[in-house]
Design a protein around this ligand. Sequence first.
Ligand SMILES: C[S@@+](CC[C@H](N)C(=O)[O-])C[C@H]1O[C@@H](n2cnc3c(N)ncnc32)[C@H](O)[C@@H]1O
Length: 177
Amino acid sequence: MVAFSLVWGISVKVSAEIQELINKYFPPINHPYRVLYRTILNHLTPSDTVLEIGCGRTALVLRAFKGKAAKLIGIDVVDYDIIDEEVILLGNDVTDMTDIATASIDVAFSRSVLELAHEIEAAFSENRRVLKPNGRHIFLTPNFYDYASLIAAAIPNQSKRPVEATCLWRLTRDNVH
Ligand SMILES: C[S@@+](CC[C@H](N)C(=O)[O-])C[C@H]1O[C@@H](n2cnc3c(N)ncnc32)[C@H](O)[C@@H]1O
């Protein structure tokens, strides 16, 4: 392990070969995940309450904002694999965020989630309810030709969990936290 890479503001130890691949395929400036991360950071102040919609089982993206906002809240419809005292993880649907108070969020964000919502108008309406008057919802969605969309379309639903488990094992092996 000789090199470091910056993904979502987290220092990650990776091998030289992996760093070379990251540099080749994900040049530092343009990767959409990094653009999203920088955009969120640009709108954050230390006193803000941040909400990640569809944060996933480990809330990896949300946890990258530790120390940069006063309160971090994640919602998702899945069971969480982690417990972290610095983040609040709730089991809410984006169309019905019952545990989030009206006008309580400064910055809401979501990555690869809104395209999954069956009732998109209800999702945006609920977003508007929880945001403070000057609050923002910053989101990233993949288009049809995104490699993740293409791979996901090619994998039958019943096989997705084993594939995900394999990918997570590889990440752990490479010391990605
Ligand atoms: C592709 S994953 C993205 C996870 C995470 N945002 C990331 O970028 O790593 C989509 C996530 O959206 C969540 N999700 C899907 N529909 C949802 C809904 N109606 N309300 C809340 N979360 C939802 C899924 O459970 C899943 O965790």
